[in-house]
Design a protein around this ligand. Structure first.
Ligand code: PGA
Length: 244
């Protein structure tokens, strides 16, 4: 199974989302076997899920709170995401970690809350440039995955997103992706030993239709989490085609 997920971040309005979805669906071959997801901003969830879920696409929230409800101004809960048509939720995106202080402690709670509300967590992990330069990449990945010791096993997708490759146009080299994905697989096998869960590992960070075929050829790369290129329906449809 190959997966391609669009992370729209804080982009698009109602009319733009409508035009995007119509354009994308018009370009998608019905026989495509790729698992395709879109993670729109919260305000567009209902609309996008009404448009794309009938065609078998998944819809992800970009974040979700661990509590089901309460006095958390500006937050959104897992049951609210479900109610808006989501089947999954991005958790631990590096922009959440960097700019909003998201911690592994909070993420363990969020993963459990997602499962409780039947949402598929797409857990994002990855090292900063400083950490890579200091030779800490694998330690950082192991630490970010260690929340699975806390959560226990469950259905999960993981995205390896080197922070220095996100939105920079600087994609990680094949050897770096190969090493990171192989390591993540080993860690996942350890955490999920004896369970039925098989976790696809997506790559994210400046994925484009030019770079995606090579990435898909790397062992343990099950697809892509795509920011910039996912805002253009023509490019995103091309990525879906390459994955399908
Ligand atoms: P990018 O973003 O494709 O624009 O690098 C990827 C992401 O943040 O998930």
């Amino acid at each position: 199974m190959r997966c391609v997920v669009a992370n729209w971040k804080m982009n698009l309005t109602k009319d733009e989302a409508q035009a995007f979805c119509e354009d994308l669906l018009g370009r998608m071959a019905p026989e495509s076997e790729a698992e395709v997801g879109i993670a729109p901003p919260f305000t567009l969830l209902h609309q996008v899920s009404d448009l794309v879920r009938p065609r078998g696409l998944q819809v992800f929230g970009q974040n979700g709170h661990a509590e089901a409800k309460g006095a958390f101004t500006g937050e959104i809960s897992m049951p609210q995401l479900r109610d808006a048509g989501c089947s999954g939720v991005l958790l631990g995106h590096s922009e959440r970690r960097q700019f909003f202080g998201e911690t592994d402690v909070a993420l363990a709670k969020k993963v459990k809350a997602a499962w409780q509300w039947d949402l598929l967590p797409l857990l994002c992990i990855g090292e900063t440039l400083e950490q890579r330069d200091a030779g800490q990449t694998l330690d950082v990945l192991a630490q970010q995955l260690a929340i699975l010791a806390e959560t226990g096993p469950g259905p999960l997708w993981v995205a390896y997103e080197p922070v220095w490759a996100i939105g920079t146009g600087r994609r990680a080299e094949a050897a770096q992706v190969r090493e990171a994905h192989a390591f993540i697989r080993t860690e996942l096998n350890r955490h999920l030993a004896g369970t039925e869960y098989r976790v696809p590992i997506l790559y994210g960070g400046s994925v484009t239709p030019e770079s995606f075929p090579e990435l898909l050829g790397i062992p343990e790369v099950a697809g892509g989490l795509v920011g910039g290129a996912s805002l253009d329906p023509r490019k995103f449809a091309e990525l879906v085609k390459q994955a399908g």
